[in-house]
Design a protein around this ligand. Structure first.
Ligand SMILES: C[S@@+](CC[C@H](N)C(=O)[O-])C[C@H]1O[C@@H](n2cnc3c(N)ncnc32)[C@H](O)[C@@H]1O
Length: 296
């Protein structure tokens, strides 16, 4: 596990970070950050709230669900989107490019599942895995040991250098469009996966997951212009997932709803483990490919 500081800037003064010794990174103003024994750096600005992000139980449920292949069509769509973005990028390792690696920042990476799938399909890519949850960054580094792992807060100015990223991956995670626009290089892309109103609708009817606000992707598209971004394309991924009660329980436990749903409802879902097959659950997301507005 190693930290590539060429992605990074100081969360306090925004000067570039570089290695001071084999486990300390620092900036020209004298701010210092220790690499944890698990291999990641915590780059939070002063006064950041201590606990935000997924806890170990949510991460376990998410890892089990994703490991079962339940969301494989989403990772397949991401692989295709990265292939398509990458083949046209300057310096692309793909046909038509010059051979250097593209840099992908997975912001709100969770368990690192989608980056790991991308790395399997397209081994030339370089990854930065970042999340507010140290447990998530730790888990994601287990999935992708070569990556640079950072604990950060997406809602704050990012500790990432301007124009340092080719592709931002942002899957079911918070977005900070102004900062995303700053850190992607001109012509770079943001690949954002956003749930539609139909996503897991059967579980919402059972009270197992929270409501998804309607028009999530259209609101995101409306906000792009203010950040100097533009929508390149959208792709819908929608399918019926055959789900037993254990799968339903994982879907409930892995989301933010895990903090809100009635314990009774979770237990009820657990009690249904032996009743199979249950009705399918709808998985429905939009994959938005977003780029910088090209100046005319
Ligand atoms: C629904 S999970 C999605 C994780 C992963 N992208 C996936 O789809 O498997 C949302 C992730 O965003 C992280 N997160 C929440 N708030 C955050 C913040 N302010 N800054 C960075 N990460 C945050 C959570 O810890 C969690 O890992």
């Amino acid at each position: 596990m190693s930290i590539d500081s060429t992605w990074l800037r100081c969360p306090n003064c925004f000067l570039d970070l570089s290695p001071i010794d084999d486990r300390v990174f620092g900036c020209g103003s004298g701010h210092r950050f220790d690499r944890s024994k698990h291999g990641y750096l915590t780059l939070l600005p002063p006064g950041a709230p201590r606990t935000i992000g997924d806890d170990p139980e949510m991460l376990r449920a998410r890892a089990e669900l994703l490991g079962s292949g339940a969301y494989a069509p989403i990772s397949d769509a991401l692989v295709e989107a990265v292939r398509s973005v990458a083949k046209d990028a300057p310096g692309s390792p793909f046909p038509g490019g010059s051979g250097s690696s593209l840099r992908i920042a997975d912001l709100g990476c969770g368990t690192g599942h989608y980056s790991a799938e991308l790395a399997r399909a397209l081994p030339e890519l370089q990854f930065l895995l970042a999340d507010r949850s140290p447990d998530a960054v730790r888990a994601s580094l287990r999935a992708l040991g070569d990556a640079t792992g950072i604990v950060l807060d997406i809602w704050r100015p990012l500790p990432l250098r301007t124009d340092s990223v080719d592709i931002i991956l942002n899957v079911f995670a918070p977005r900070n469009l102004e900062e995303f626009a700053r850190v992607i290089r001109p012509g770079g892309s943001i690949l954002s996966v956003v749930p539609t109103e139909r996503h897991l609708q059967e579980l919402r009817r059972d009270g197992l997951v929270l409501d998804i606000p309607s028009g999530k992707s259209s609101r995101l598209i409306e906000q792009l212009g203010d950040a100097g971004l533009t929508l390149h394309s959208t792709a819908a991924v929608e399918y019926s997932l055959q789900s037993d009660a254990a799968t339903r329980l994982r879907l409930a436990e892995m989301g933010p709803s895990a903090h809100h749903v009635e314990t009774l409802a979770l237990h009820a879902a657990g009690a249904r483990v032996n009743i199979e097959p249950l009705d399918p659950v709808t998985v429905s997301v939009e994959l938005l490919s977003i780029t910088h507005v090209t100046p005319t």
